[in-house]
Design a protein around this ligand. Structure first.
Ligand code: B12
Length: 229
């Protein structure tokens, strides 16, 4: 049985109640080792769930304000809760980008929405630029009719100046991968205040998707989580 496009639309509307969106999907090939669906059998298909810009932030904040106990990794906890409910309603198994062992979310995203990595490693989206992320995925026992994706130009290919490679004070993105330790040392140090309060300077230097750029408070939240501040 194929999961109809109407059903996929229904999932999208349910997710929208929390500012989340579908980020494409695909069917696993017969020769692939797919993660388990709800029954434990290998999933036949997957839909990715994520965000464009900071749309889920107000919903997450409202939820956070209602928590009596402090929650470790609150954004992950909220995402698991919300996406878990959607999975239950639609007969899917929900998985998280934080599940161990790590599931290949970026790999799935490249396949689902035909995205390519920016020089920063973060995937470049034709509309959202670098301002998007994945909050979970839904694994199905059936085939699905995934949302349509249109072929789009990879914006990094037309970007001549590449300001994303020139704005970091410690040159964490040298083109040779991400210098994780150098980045952390700077962000945590005396000159890291601009990164701590406003987010990664290289990411912010990207000229694309600026309408979707996360507000400083959201960037500060992610930076604090990333650098364990
Ligand atoms: C571990 C991790 C990190 C570690 C990386 C440690 C390490 N040395 O590997 C650290 C803490 C450094 C990190 C940092 C960041 N991360 Co991170 N991270 C992850 C996580 C949880 C697992 C990655 C992984 O190992 N996957 C397992 C492999 C098998 O999956 P994969 O998809 O096949 O991975 C491939 C791609 O990532 C690809 N790839 C990655 N970069 C590039 C670059 C090029 C040029 C190419 C060709 C391929 C490529 O190669 C991987 C191996 O095949 C993912 C979530 C997830 N489950 O994927 C988030 C994730 C990749 N991170 C993300 C983000 C946003 C960040 C940060 C900006 C911090 C933040 N959260 O704000 C920084 C960016 C730093 C950077 N440039 O990488 C997002 C990226 C979203 C996007 N739009 O692309 C993800 C998907 C989480 C999410 N919820 O959306 N991260």
């Amino acid at each position: 049985m194929t999961f109809s496009r109407d059903r996929v639309e229904e999932i999208a509307s349910t997710l929208a109640a929390n500012g989340l969106i579908l980020r494409g999907g695909f069917s696993f090939g017969a020769d692939e080792v797919a993660p388990a669906a709800g029954s434990g059998a290998p999933a036949k298909s997957v839909l990715l769930v994520g965000q464009a810009g900071a749309a889920p932030w107000p919903y997450f904040q409202r939820w956070l304000g209602q928590q009596v106990e402090p929650t470790a990794n609150p954004l992950d906890t909220w995402s698991r809760e919300v996406i878990g409910q959607v999975a239950q309603a639609f007969g899917a198994r929900a998985v998280s980008p934080s599940d161990r062992p790590y599931l290949p979310f970026q790999h799935w995203a490249m396949r689902a929405e035909r995205l390519k990595p920016s020089p920063l490693g973060i995937l470049m989206h034709p509309t959202y630029g670098l301002w998007h992320a994945y909050r979970g995925a839904l694994l199905f026992e059936n085939e699905i009719s995934p949302p349509e994706v249109h072929e789009a130009i990879h914006l990094c290919d037309i970007c001549v100046e590449k300001p994303c490679l020139k704005s970091c004070p410690v040159d964490a993105y040298s083109g040779q991968g991400f210098a994780h330790e150098a980045c952390l040392g700077h962000v945590r140090g005396p000159r890291g205040e601009p990164c701590r309060s406003g987010g990664c300077l290289d990411r912010n230097a990207c000229p694309f998707g600026t309408d979707y750029r996360y507000p400083p408070e959201v960037q500060a939240f992610h930076m604090a989580a990333f650098a364990k501040l």
